[in-house]
Write a protein that binds this ligand. Structure first.
Ligand SMILES: [Zn+2]
Length: 425
């Protein structure tokens, strides 16, 4: 008898949980992330996944929890392919890791990524961050364990650089060689192998290479290529053997082409992309993450910054050239993704990337795809970035019609991650 009661109790509990987990969301417009839209739509969510999508009249809510979003437009949650959430927006970011402990940065990171999730960013990729340790992975792991609410986090522990490159500190005297740098500085194939193995050991699911110099760091030139073709080949081979993709920070045209040929999956920034580089991106199916927002952030807020003087000057000098080449790349069918290169400490500013991509030639629908399904594919996570049966229920709803005016994408009113409501205004 006791056993029978237990079985009955378990069956009831199972049934109740299942019922409670079924939610039907109604909205005026649904943008699925792959280029299709549907009016008067319904999405059925069970557990953390989407169970069905269809017209409102075809999906009754019998027995399910209902979320009626009224006039709102529902889309897949946004994915930021390039952000550094350990930072706090301080302009002197090259010494930030020396002034803040790993613990302080982890707390800052949690604050930033929760703000990003609230603003509709349900996944992000960190291409290395401002820490000698792996603070952002501690945050990722705590979120994955359910200890804290936050977005899905992917990425690399550190940016890997040559001596004197963008991951090194090039403004100290040679007596200060012991100062810790936040990049992983390696030279030659063997150090690269060891560095990559170490990155993977401590939780990197991407490898980030600074193939060329950078805009934001002192003492290096973004038009120079830093790694040799042999080093690049070894790096991609080592990462690939562990099923870990490579993202290549590359500004110079030659560096971009070398990274594509070596087999990088994504090119970060791509500032001095030439026509041959565009052809190679198309031919190899390599993703380009142009990070337009950081350049706009330099010009909008940091014109007087001492620490960012180099970045501001380079951006002013080359912005129009960068923009016209990117417009060409978009026209040529390069797979362009959304990445902001910001810390997320000002989450409302992040949608700038969608707006900039539309200004440079994408349709609003293409820009939304760039920040959802295209990014999901670049991540190697086709279960994300789409409102389709079987995908993760990561969604965001905005007021207004972002297909008519992309700026409406900023009016976030509802966020869901993995079937859990994060925000409903
Ligand atoms: Zn970056």
């Amino acid at each position: 008898m006791k056993r029978l009661l237990t079985v009955l109790f378990l069956l009831c509990a199972f049934y109740t949980v299942n019922l409670a987990q079924r939610t039907v969301i109604y909205c005026k417009t649904l943008i699925d992330g792959t280029g299709k839209s549907l009016s008067n739509a319904a999405v059925v969510v069970e557990g953390e996944k989407i169970k069905a999508v269809g017209k409102r009249e075809a999906i009754p809510a019998t027995g399910a929890k209902v979320i009626d979003l009224g006039e709102l437009t529902l889309m897949p949650g946004f994915i930021d392919m390039h952000c550094h959430p350990l930072g706090n927006g301080d302009d002197d970011y090259q010494t930030y890791h020396l002034k803040n402990s790993s613990a302080e940065k982890a707390l800052q990171c949690l604050h930033n990524v929760q703000g990003m999730l609230h603003a509709g960013w349900t996944s992000l990729r960190v291409p290395g961050d401002l820490d000698v340790g792996f603070a952002h992975f501690a945050v990722r792991d705590a979120i994955n364990k359910g200890m804290y609410q936050g977005p899905r986090i992917f990425g690399a522990g550190h940016w890997i650089s040559v001596t004197g490159g963008g991951g090194d500190l090039n403004f100290f005297s040679d007596e200060q060689k012991g100062v810790l740098v936040d990049g992983l500085v390696v030279d030659g194939p063997e150090e690269l192998r060891k560095g990559i193995r170490n990155e993977i050991k401590y939780g990197s699911d991407w490898i980030k290479l600074l193939v060329t110099g950078a805009f934001m760091t002192a003492g290096d030139n973004p038009q120079n290529v830093h790694f040799s073709p042999e080093e690049l080949k070894v790096a991609v081979e080592e990462a690939t053997r562990r099923d870990v993709p490579v993202m290549a920070h590359a500004h110079s045209g030659e560096g971009i082409k070398m990274a594509i040929r070596a087999g990088a999956r994504t090119i970060e920034h791509g500032s001095f992309l030439d026509d041959e580089g565009i052809d190679l991106l198309v031919k190899h199916g390599t993703y380009l993450i142009p990070t337009l927002t950081i350049g706009k952030w330099f010009l909008d807020f940091n014109e007087d910054s001492q620490a960012l003087a180099k970045a501001v000057a380079l951006t002013k000098k080359y912005r129009s050239q960068v923009e016209s080449q990117l417009s060409k790349a978009i026209k040529a069918g390069v797979k362009v993704g959304v990445g902001t290169d910001l810390t997320g400490s000002d989450p409302d500013y992040l949608v700038t990337e969608f707006i900039e991509l539309v200004r440079l030639g994408m349709t609003p629908m293409q820009a939304i795809m760039a920040g959802t399904s295209v990014n999901a594919d670049a991540l190697g996570k086709p279960d994300l970035g789409r409102i389709e049966a079987g995908k993760f229920a990561d969604m965001v709803a905005v007021s207004g019609d972002p297909l008519k005016d992309i700026k409406q994408i900023a009016n976030v009113k509802f966020v869901m991650k993995g079937g859990a409501v994060i925000r409903k205004d």
